[in-house]
Every structure is written in C-alpha cells, then in structure tokens.
Design a binder for this molecule. Structure first.
Ligand code: HEC
Ligand code: HEC
Ligand code: HEC
Length: 133
C-alpha cells in the first residue's frame, strides 16, 4: 500500500514536470486577450496581488496564507507588492478580477490539477449572478 502512494505521488510529479513546457508556453499569451489556453484575463487591470511569476507558481500558497490570516489571526487586509491594499477574500478579491470558470478552472483542467473542494463553501459570484437572473 505504501508503495502505491509513492507511485501515485511520483506519477503526479512526473506529469506536472512533463507537461510544464506545454502549459507554461500556452500561458505566455497577451495580457487582456485570451491566451491559447483561452484564459480570460482581467481587461482593465494590469497587475495581480503579487508579481505574475509568483502567482503562476505559488498562488495556492498565498491562498492558504490568506486563509490562515483570516481564520487564525483575524487579519483581513493584504498589502500587495505595489503598495495597494486588498481585502483578503477569495470570492471578493480574487474572483473580483478573475473568472473562476474561464480562468481558474481552465488552467486547472489543462494542467490536470484535480478539482478543488474550495467551492463547496466559497462562492463563485458568476453562479450567484446566474441564479439571481
Ligand atoms: C468547509 C468549508 C470550507 C472549505 C471547503 C474551504 N474553506 Fe476557505 N474558509 C471557510 C471559512 C468558514 C472561512 C472563514 C471566513 C471568514 O471568517 O470570513 C474561510 C476563509 C478562507 C479565506 C480567507 C477569507 C475569504 O473569505 O476568502 C481564504 C483565502 C480561503 N478560505 C481559501 C480557501 C481555499 C483556497 C480553499 C480550497 C483549497 C478553501 N478555502 C476551502 C470555509 C471553507
Ligand atoms: C486587481 C485585480 C486582480 C486581483 C485582485 C487578483 N488578480 Fe490574479 N492577476 C491579475 C492580472 C492583471 C494578472 C496578469 C498579470 C500580468 O500578466 O502581469 C493576474 C495573474 C494571475 C495568475 C497568473 C496567470 C498566468 O498568466 O499564469 C494567477 C494564477 C492569478 N492571477 C491568481 C490570482 C489569485 C489566486 C488571486 C487572489 C489571491 C488573484 N489572482 C487576485 C489581476 C488580479
Ligand atoms: C496558470 C494556471 C493556473 C491558474 C490560472 C490558476 N491555477 Fe490554481 N493551480 C495551478 C496548478 C498547476 C496547481 C497545482 C500546483 C501544485 O500542486 O503545486 C494549482 C493549485 C491550486 C490550488 C491548490 C490545490 C489543492 O487542492 O491543493 C488552489 C487552492 C488553487 N490552485 C486556486 C486557484 C484559484 C482560486 C485560481 C483563480 C483565481 C487559480 N488557482 C488559477 C494552476 C493554475
């Protein structure tokens, strides 16, 4: 059983490394336009909450840090690298600029990242807007 876990982990790592050139190349599209992967980028925003190379590789770390700050430390604002201050919120801030379906999900599907469980609790504003129609 232990071996199997290592094999699965090894395969997952191999897959991520092996496909890296594919998705990293596909992602080097033009800002404000849809990339080859058809990631919908925010049209009227130039910058993310951290430099794009950091976000590309480590956005999940930032999200986990954000969660810890809100849940354990009662910190609700984040000063970005460019000095702008954001409210710490997955729905309100990340999805205020990004589309879950056309940005987060598209890349995760493409990169073969397993669907996230975050959305059983956190709201996708696009779906709420849809329901209210
Ligand atoms: C079981 C429900 C649940 C799941 C699943 C869940 N969260 Fe949360 N999350 C919460 C709750 C409750 C809070 C606290 C909200 C508050 O105090 O404002 C929170 C807070 C957060 C925050 C900071 C505040 C906010 O509203 O954004 C972030 C960021 C966050 N979670 C990220 C994630 C990510 C990323 C995932 C998936 C990997 C995830 N969460 C999965 C329930 C959940
Ligand atoms: C103020 C609007 C804004 C907010 C808020 C924002 N982003 Fe971004 N994000 C952008 C822009 C614009 C880019 C592209 C930046 C560039 O190309 O230099 C980007 C890039 C990214 C990328 C890299 C995409 C690629 O091309 O590989 C990821 C991943 C990402 N954001 C995730 C997040 C997450 C997760 C959050 C919340 C923690 C978030 N963003 C909050 C505007 C935003
Ligand atoms: C450019 C591609 C790309 C975009 C865009 C992107 N992600 Fe990711 N995301 C990944 C990859 C690849 C991983 C897995 C990396 C790893 O495990 O080291 C990942 C992992 C995650 C994880 C951790 C998964 C887990 O279950 O542990 C969370 C949470 C996450 N992304 C949230 C988001 C959110 C929210 C957005 C949109 C605001 C987003 N991502 C946009 C590529 C992307």
């Amino acid at each position: 059983m232990r071996d199997r876990a290592w094999i699965v982990a090894g395969l997952a790592l191999f897959f991520a490394l092996f496909t890296y050139p594919l998705w990293s190349r596909a992602l080097r599209g033009q800002r404000g336009e849809e990339t080859k992967l058809a990631l919908l980028m925010p049209a009227h925003q130039a910058d993310c909450v951290m430099p794009v190379t950091y976000m590309r590789a480590s956005h999940m770390k930032l999200l986990i840090l954000w969660r810890r700050e809100v849940v354990r430390e009662n910190i609700h604002t984040f000063r970005a690298y460019d000095g702008k201050v954001y409210n710490i919120s997955l729905t309100g801030t990340c999805l205020g600029c990004h589309s879950k379906a056309q940005f987060c999900d598209r890349c995760h599907d493409y990169a073969g990242v397993r669907p996230l469980s975050c959305w059983t609790c956190h709201v996708d504003p696009a779906l709420t807007a849809e329901k209210l129609k």
